[in-house]
Design a protein around this ligand. Structure first.
Ligand code: ZN
Ligand code: ZN
Length: 338
């Protein structure tokens, strides 16, 4: 079988190895789709500070079951499955509290361990979700959308509320469309006009705000001075994150989904006056995966606008640099294995 490994920053290699045999409680999977994510692009460019190489990337996967080495599993050969790539320990306080998404010993498949850019993998069957009624592309986007679903659930968002979503990349788009599904009014903020057009045209954003053009004044005007009940950051940019509470009403929630790898500064009286609930949102749980699968089954996610390119597996070797460029215009590049 073939696999593609990131040997060091800016260098992929195609290699061969034996097909693995599934360990106990694991299933052998044929990988059918690999969605390319910002994490993969940063790892390739060498921008993930604690990343170690060589590493097989890929965690947004659609797979087909080849065999199962787990008597308790309901999976059978030929099933299509969603892969929850967050391998948790099941023993730490977070796991015991029902928060495996922030397990203290978490190993994210394709980030902390070798991932899915392989023809065949062996994977814990307890983290696979049967999805024979979804297309392979739908299956592969469940994970990035579940990240947004988790953030929305963290915010306790209710129908009729107004939210601000900062950042209109693949994660922000998921938050926008799932907030719309749940009945919110969505104001999308970005510095990229093309992305703002895309979220308004294809993903249901009610209002778009150019972050370079006095965004607070625009949001005050859109909301008749009320501002947003919840603000989501999906930029990971220090400047954006530090401005987010300006768009939030008194008593609101501020949810950090994007990650900025450094210190953040907030003016305490400003966030105190609003009794800001500041929270981080990490990964996603089973509940979020199942919610996204329900939305996809109902056809309520604009998949065709989200998956902007479908490419053959080996294109990773030659074209990855282009996907990694900011000007690429891609939302989600989907790698296809036959
Ligand atoms: Zn991802
Ligand atoms: Zn744990």
């Amino acid at each position: 079988m073939q696999y593609i490994v990131c040997e060091k920053p800016m260098k992929f290699e195609l290699k061969e190895k034996e097909i693995p045999s599934p360990a106990k409680d694991e299933a052998l999977l044929a990988i059918k789709r690999i969605g390319i994510c910002g994490t993969d692009l940063h790892a390739f460019k060498g921008e993930q500070p604690f990343f170690s190489y060589p590493r097989i990337l890929g965690h947004e996967l659609a797979a087909e079951v080849l065999s199962v080495n787990d008597e308790t599993s309901n999976l059978v050969k030929g099933d299509r499955v969603v892969v929850q790539p967050y391998i948790n320990c099941g023993k730490c306080d977070a796991c015991l509290a029902g928060k495996p998404n922030c397990c203290q010993n978490i190993r994210v498949f394709g980030v902390h361990t070798d991932g899915g850019m392989q023809e065949v993998i062996s994977f814990p069957s307890r983290l696979l979700l049967k999805a024979n009624d979804l297309s392979l592309d739908e299956i592969a986007v469940v994970e990035p959308l579940a990240i947004g679903a988790h953030a929305i659930r963290r915010a306790g968002m209710k129908a009729g509320e107004t939210v601000v979503v900062m950042g209109c990349g693949p994660i922000g788009i998921g938050i926008i469309q799932l907030c719309k599904y749940l009945g919110a009014t969505v104001i999308a903020v970005d510095i990229n006009e093309r992305r703002l057009e895309v979220v308004q045209k294809h993903f249901g954003a009610d209002h778009v705000v150019d972050a370079m053009k006095e965004p607070k004044e625009q949001i005050l005007s859109i909301t008749d001075g009320h501002l947003a009940q919840s603000v989501f950051d999906a930029t990971g940019s220090k400047k954006a994150i530090e401005s987010g509470t300006d768009y939030m009403k008194h008593g609101g929630n501020y949810v950090l989904v994007g990650l900025f790898k450094g210190d953040l500064t907030f003016t305490h009286p400003a966030i105190h006056a609003k009794e800001t609930t500041l929270m981080c949102s990490r990964n996603a749980t089973l509940e979020d995966f199942e919610f996204v699968m329900k939305v996809l089954r109902e056809g309520k996610f604009n998949l065709s606008a989200y998956v902007t390119s479908q490419v053959a597996f080996k294109k990773i070797l030659t074209d990855f640099k282009d996907w990694a460029s900011v000007t690429s215009g891609e939302i989600k590049v989907m790698t296809v294995l036959d």
